[in-house]
Design a protein around this ligand. Sequence first.
Ligand code: S3P
Length: 171
Amino acid sequence: MKIVLIGYMSSGKSTIGKHLADKLFLPFIDLDIYIEKKEKKSVSDIFKNKGEIYFRLIEHKYLKEILISDQKVVLSLGGGTPCYADNMNLITTTSAISFYLQTSIKVLVDRLTKEKDDRPLIASLEDNKISEFVAKHLFERRAFYEKANFIIKTEGKSKPEIIKELNVLLH
Ligand code: S3P
């Protein structure tokens, strides 16, 4: 069984994924970190030197590699992973259970404004443009995210509450 966490940048996929994996005694993979290890370069460097299209190609390749392996794993994706290369179809047709961590635009913008330097898609935006960017981007991406098996609304919930909710749905 593979548990796949989906959601926009800064929606908590990696933090929640790590805690959930610990609780379930499963290994945890963050797809961005997996890509960085395999390519021996940071995601920001890949975007900068090879461009987004190349990133989407290898993102698809490594996602597939993990999904077709036999290992049980909690896997957190990048914010864009479900929206390219038919990845969402791949996820829903393999033996994966997927969860969309749905977070409000306001919370995402507050977090992303503080962390934008590590996010190549927004690093060059003025702070006052982030809100509009996130709103438009989420509008485009929502249809992909909503193909997940379950939608978890994270607003106002603590980490343990979110993990408990995921755990209940898994049993
Ligand atoms: C991206 C999200 C990032 C990373 C890359 C592109 C996106 O992952 O994969 O910068 O398109 O939303 P996180 O969601 O883990 O920040």
